[in-house]
Ligand binder design. Structure first.
Ligand code: ADP
Ligand code: MG
Length: 140
């Protein structure tokens, strides 16, 4: 597998509880490099555009409210097989189903307030990175 990039968000439930460092420790321990990073506070409309793929789901409005409720940390991660590697570090969407040692097992509150986002495929990773970062912000 080649070196890949993926997009990560440390969600409001985690920034609010001062878990940014603990989450990034797990990311870095997995061999992923944080090559871009910033703390932002999204509007509900910005969160809605980011999660547009879920617009028809019953939890969409609640999800957008949540993502705009507190600051988040958006990051680009780089490394070997980064998309799958990071999904592995994150754990299952529902913390009740997440494996031991994963971010969601250790930190998530619920299926909605689950501490992190990670891209699910190369195409979505590229789109998500471009939504939040200019090329010059990917500093390595
Ligand atoms: P993942 O973040 O693991 O890729 P999805 O893409 O399926 O999961 O969902 C996006 C986000 O929507 C989840 O991380 C979670 O915050 C929220 N979500 C998903 N399913 C539910 C649900 N049943 N109830 C509330 N929120 C949900
Ligand atoms: Mg997803």
């Amino acid at each position: 597998m080649a070196i890949q990039r993926t997009f990560s968000i440390i969600k409001p439930d985690a920034t609010k509880r001062n878990l940014t460092g603990a989450i990034n420790a797990k990311i870095e321990a997995a061999g992923l490099r944080i090559i871009a990073q910033k703390r932002i506070h999204m509007t509900k409309a910005q969160a809605g555009q980011f999660y547009a793929v879920h617009a028809a789901r019953p939890f969409y409005d609640e999800l957008c409210e949540f993502m705009a409720s507190e600051p988040v940390v958006v990051q680009v991660l780089e490394g070997e097989d980064a998309i799958a590697t990071y999904r592995g570090v994150m754990g299952a969407t529902d913390p009740a189903e997440a494996a031991e040692g994963t971010i969601r097992k250790d930190f998530a509150i619920s299926k909605g307030e689950n501490s992190v986002h990670g891209s699910d495929a190369p195409e979505t990773a590229a789109e998500e990175i471009a939504y939040f970062f200019a090329g010059l912000e990917l500093v390595g």
